[in-house]
Structure formats: structure tokens, C-alpha cells
Design a protein around this ligand. Structure first.
Ligand SMILES: [Zn+2]
Length: 429
């Protein structure tokens, strides 16, 4: 490794007439970039692989405690050399090398000093840490690693550390309206529970299953009794096992079964009827019904002329599919009612006709509706739904697709928090 002094020459020109030449040592340049006060850069070595920046304490300047950041008068001892990766200087990776001191803190006792360039546990500088963390919000962990010449594991560690830091330091304003939803991992074999603040449209919490037990810590640990008290509305799926938890921990909150989930179940009923019928039809009849799924699920005013014609043929031909179609359409009127009594009357009437339809999937749907009415009718007053955070659910889906490192739930959960919870990153000093 050769050790030549590096000099940058900055030419300050005064309209081209007189020239002042200012030379800046690379040591000074880096010291200023790192904003060192009690430390200094003693030497910069350049090799094929990296730029190595040697750092030392500056005279007898007071160092700070790594725990409480107070100034300490006494240095206890000098530890062995440590290295930190920093942002690259052009193509060359920059490494800082320093022998940390242990200081005698009047409050904490003997502690490792505070490094102005890095968090105490970090093996990279805060500048590099934050750059990696920011890019990992947009790219896969593999892609981020490639960009910064790190390995996948280092990026995983940085993201997990960033999430830990962010969760400890994030703002916690009172929460009034939450949406509880589930996301699947590994093609629907494993489920996670996600909780959103529907007003701020931000992720609050992720649980590693969708059972009542797995979600309880959200109410007891993440929220606690005091914050649960301000919850006004909790939006969720009818099929979800979370209602009991809300009744137990957030007694002031109104349970609202999510419009988008209800419609999803309704569509599933239509689809089930269609599939059963398709199996029953003759080959010739089937042609008309082929690819009719979207025809039946689409809003009628969105259909093209051609699609309308196909629909009317279907109406003439087959009654179960048509009955399902009309049931679906008439149910949807519910969402426009603003008076609870009228909305209820509509729903009652609808449920009676669905029960009389002799369509088993619809009867099943009605039975579920009936046992959840107290969380469906409040829609007339609380026009809220998890649709507000649908974009975030899609983001989570794309996160699960972009990395094969998420076979472990821990990594996947960290990635979800990292991309959806708007967590703060460590402050660069
Ligand atoms: Zn201290």
C-alpha cells in the first residue's frame, strides 16, 4: 500500500483576470465531510481495493459517552482497531479505521465512546447506513446489495436495524380509525396480520399469524390500554377472528366490517354459482358462458355493447347464473343508503330473496351477513373501508415477490415495516 499525500487543487477564478489557488488536503476534506470535532484524519491510504482513512483522537479533546452522549473527562482505555464502511469515493469504497476509546462516564460508568460517524453497533457509517436503507425501500435487498457492493446479509442487517431504530423513534400520535387485514406469504400457506392507521394511511403493526393469539399483542403491547381508549372505528373482514379482541381491548370502538371484503365474498358466491353451472352445461351452451366471469362481476354501466349482448343472451339461457347476477347487483345498492333504517330494510329484503334463490353459495353468504349485521349497518354513518390502504396491500404483495430471502417471516416482516410504516432513519450528524 503506498502512502502518498493527496492534494486537491481548487481554482477560484475572479472573472478570469486574477487567480487564487487554494490547496486542500484530502485529509482535511474528509475531516470536514465527516464533521469531526474531537477526532481528526491522520492519513489517507489508497489501494486498488479501497481508500483507507485513518482516524485518531484530536489532542485532548473531550470524548462523549456512547450511551448518553455526555462529555467525559477521563479516557479509561484504548480498544483494538475497528473499521467502518462509508459511502464510496467515486469507484473506490471508503473505509474508516480507528481505535475506539472507552470513557469513564459520570452517569453510565466505563463505556465505549460515541462515534460521530456511526451508531454504536454499526459496522458502516450512518451516511452509508441511511443510503442503503433508503434504496432498500425501492429495490430488492439483492439489488440494493449489488448497488453498494455489499452482500445480501449486510443489507438484511441494515434494514432490520433501521426498523428497530425506526420503531423506537417513530411518532405515536393518537389513533382513531384502524384497519386490520391479512396478507399471505408463500402462496397463501402462511398468513400475516397487518394493522393500518386509516386516517394517516400508514402501517402500524405486523403480526406473524392471523389468529386471535397472534394479534393480541397489538392491543396489549403496541397500543396499550391508554391508546386503545381513543380507537373509534376498527375496520375488518367478517371472516376474521379479530372481533373478540376489539370487544375486549377497545371497548369504545365500533366494529365495521369492511366494504371491500364484503364485496369480495359476494363476488366469490357469484363465481361459485357460475362454476357449478358451467360443469352442468352442454358443450354448445358453454361457448356463450366462456370467459363470462368478468361480465358478471363488472358494473353493468362499464360493459361494452358486445358484452351487453352476451350478457342478455346469458340472461335468456340460464337462470342460476342470472339469479346470482341480479342478486349481486341489487346487494350493491346497500352502499348508497344513508339512513340506517332504510339500509336495514334493504338488506333484510335482500337476504330474504337470496335465501329463496336456492343458490347454496348465497345462502352461506347470507348466514354470515346475518350474524355480522351489527358491524355492517354502521356503514351508513361511518363511510370507511380498508380500500384506503389497498395501495399498501399491493405494495406488500410486490415486496413478497421481489425477494426470495423472505422465506423467513422475520425478514418479510422487517421489509413490510421498512416500506410501509414511514419509520424515521438515524440522524446523520
Ligand atoms: Zn453516559
Amino acid at each position: 500500500m503506498k502512502s502518498t499525500p493527496h492534494r486537491f487543487t481548487f481554482v477560484v477564478s475572479d472573472q478570469g483576470t486574477r487567480k487564487d489557488r487554494t490547496e486542500v488536503l484530502i485529509e482535511t476534506f474528509i475531516r470536514k465531510q465527516l464533521r469531526l470535532k474531537a477526532h481528526t484524519v491522520t492519513r489517507v491510504e489508497e489501494s486498488q481495493a479501497c481508500m483507507l482513512v485513518h482516524i485518531d483522537r484530536l489532542g485532548k479533546r473531550l470524548l462523549r459517552c456512547g450511551v448518553c452522549r455526555r462529555r467525559c473527562l477521563e479516557v479509561h482505555d484504548i480498544r483494538k482497531e475497528r473499521e467502518w464502511r462509508d459511502l464510496s469515493m467515486r469507484a473506490l469504497p471508503l473505509k474508516l479505521r480507528y481505535r475506539p476509546r472507552r470513557v469513564e462516564c459520570p452517569r453510565c460508568g466505563v463505556r465505549v465512546e460515541d462515534f460521530p460517524w456511526a451508531e454504536p453497533w454499526a459496522r458502516v457509517t450512518t451516511a452509508l447506513f441511511n443510503a442503503v436503507a433508503r434504496l432498500a425501500r425501492e429495490l430488492s435487498w439483492q439489488g440494493t446489495a449489488r448497488q453498494y457492493g455489499l452482500n445480501w446479509k449486510s443489507v438484511a442487517t441494515i434494514v432490520k436495524r433501521a426498523v428497530e431504530y425506526g420503531l423506537r423513534h417513530r411518532a405515536r400520535p393518537p389513533v382513531h380509525v384502524i384497519g386490520i387485514d391479512e396478507v399471505s406469504r408463500r402462496k397463501g400457506q402462511v398468513y400475516l396480520t397487518v394493522v393500518y392507521d386509516l386516517e394517516r394511511r400508514v402501517l402500524l403493526w405486523v403480526g406473524d399469524d392471523r389468529t386471535e393469539e397472534a394479534v393480541r399483542p397489538f392491543f396489549t403491547k403496541e397500543m396499550g390500554a391508554r391508546r386503545c381508549h381513543t380507537l373509534r372505528v376498527v375496520c375488518m373482514d367478517m371472516w376474521a377472528p379479530y372481533a373478540a379482541l376489539v370487544r375486549e381491548h377497545a371497548t369504545n370502538a365500533q366494529i365495521l366490517f369492511d366494504r371491500f371484503h364484503i364485496v369480495k365474498h359476494l363476488h366469490e358466491a357469484v363465481e361459485e354459482v357460475r362454476r357449478t353451472e358451467m360443469r352442468r352445461l352442454s358443450l354448445k351452451e358453454r361457448v356463450v358462458f366462456k370467459r363470462s366471469r368478468w361480465l358478471l362481476l363488472k358494473n353493468p354501466w362499464n360493459l361494452t355493447g358486445d358484452q351487453k349482448e352476451r350478457l342478455s343472451t346469458m340472461v335468456r339461457w340460464n337462470t342460476p347464473i342470472v339469479r346470482a347476477y341480479y342478486l349481486k347487483e341489487s346487494f350493491q345498492l346497500f352502499w348508497d343508503y344513508r339512513q340506517p333504517a332504510r339500509a336495514k330494510a334493504h338488506l333484510e329484503k335482500w337476504m330474504r330473496s337470496a335465501m329463496a334463490s336456492r343458490l347454496e353459495p348465497f345462502k352461506k353468504f347470507v348466514r354470515t351477513l346475518r350474524s355480522h349485521l351489527d358491524g355492517i349497518l354502521p356503514w351508513t354513518k361511518q363511510r370507511l373501508s380498508n380500500g384506503a390502504v389497498e395501495g399498501m396491500n399491493n405494495k406488500i404483495k410486490s415486496i413478497s415477490h421481489r425477494s426470495f430471502g423472505f422465506r423467513s417471516a422475520k425478514n418479510f416482516i422487517a421489509a413490510i415495516y421498512h416500506c410501509c410504516a414511514r419509520l424515521p432513519l438515524p440522524v446523520e450528524r
